[in-house]
Design a protein around this ligand. Structure first.
Ligand SMILES: Nc1ncnc2c1ncn2[C@@H]1O[C@H](COP(=O)(O)OP(=O)(O)OP(=O)(O)O)[C@@H](O)[C@H]1O
Ligand SMILES: [Mg+2]
Length: 291
């Protein structure tokens, strides 16, 4: 390759990057609020909380989207009964799959031909994939986009922080155990280093409400999340109790907050939603240009 060809190639590459950046900005401008759900540790209930919070917002009449940014273990399609669906691709980009309550859902699973195909990607490719899941998708206008992330402080949350500088914030999910407390501190430090605003901490699997007598049993010494939040100076959004029906609904692809609207778990979600709504309103005010 001679020098002229080399410089042509560089220019084409730079132009493509600029176009992609423009497209990302355009698509993201149509979404009022963006919230990511993170944790330091796996299996604490991030995906369950993402889809149920999203559903609770949709039940309030909001236009809601969910981005499953867990590239290696996407679980949002299964939780919403959308496993096996494929995203429709048209000239403007790929269209999100319509989920329950009219929620617009995107997951890497909707682009893979088989549910069992593993994705094998290194860091830079993950960033490209997440960029495309944000910019090449015809999201349209949304009130809130919820982003479900894999556990830990790896490439996916890093990509989200870089690609969405105007993100409203992150919700950190924890479980009431000592180990989890140590891990959640890492998640707080990670969010702070990346200048990701912390909306608050949710303590999941916090006590077990006996379905027979209604008594709450503290299996993992609940309350740690609140104490931790106080110590770290971040808001505490609420505790969600353990309820075996949560995992049954997950397996069925049903939304717990819809199926069991009167349960203590669904009530806990409503309380969290109220706090998140207040946060978003405050955030809107503080980011509005001065009159
Ligand atoms: N409050 C709860 N009560 C009972 N089961 C729950 C509750 N929250 C989550 N679960 C169950 O715990 C398991 C893990 O939940 P989930 O997949 O949402 O965790 P995660 O943090 O997204 O996991 P990963 O780190 O693998 O992405 C699921 O089987 C889910 O149904
Ligand atoms: Mg998950």
């Amino acid at each position: 390759m001679n020098e002229a060809e080399n410089s042509d190639l560089t220019e084409t590459f730079m132009n493509r990057m600029r176009e992609q950046q423009e497209l990302l900005r355009y698509r993201m401008k149509q979404i009022k609020h963006k919230i990511a759900v993170i944790s330091g540790k796996g299996g604490v209930g991030k995906s369950t909380i993402t889809v149920n919070l999203a559903a609770a917002f949709a039940m309030l009449g909001k236009q809601v989207g969910i981005l499953d940014a867990d590239l290696h273990g996407p679980s949002v399609p299964r939780l919403l009964g959308l496993a096996g669906q494929q995203a429709r691709v048209g000239p403007p980009g790929a269209f999100p799959v319509k989920g329950p309550l009219g929620m617009k859902v995107i997951s890497i699973d909707f682009f893979l031909s088989e549910e069992h195909t593993p994705t094998i990607w290194r860091g830079p490719l993950k960033m490209t994939a997440i960029r495309q899941l944000l910019s090449d998708i015809v999201w349209g206008e949304l009130d809130v986009l919820f982003i479900d992330l894999p556990p830990g402080t790896g490439d996916e949350p890093l990509s989200i922080a870089q690609l969405l500088p105007d993100i409203n914030g992150v919700i950190i999910v924890t479980m009431p155990s000592e180990l989890s407390r140590a891990v959640v501190n890492k998640a707080i430090t990670f969010a702070r280093r990346l200048r990701l605003p912390i909306i608050g901490i949710v303590e999941n699997m916090s006590g077990f409400v006996c379905p027979k007598c209604g008594e709450k049993i503290d299996i993992f010494q609940s309350g740690g999340g609140k104490k931790l939040a106080e110590e770290a100076g971040v808001p505490f959004l609420g505790s969600i109790p353990l309820d075996p029906r949560v995992s049954m609904d997950s397996d069925k692809g049903a939304l717990f907050v819809v199926e069991h609207a009167d349960s203590p778990v669904a009530k806990a979600f409503s309380k969290i939603v109220k706090k998140v709504e207040v946060y978003l309103k405050e955030n809107e005010k503080s980011s509005a240009p001065p009159k």
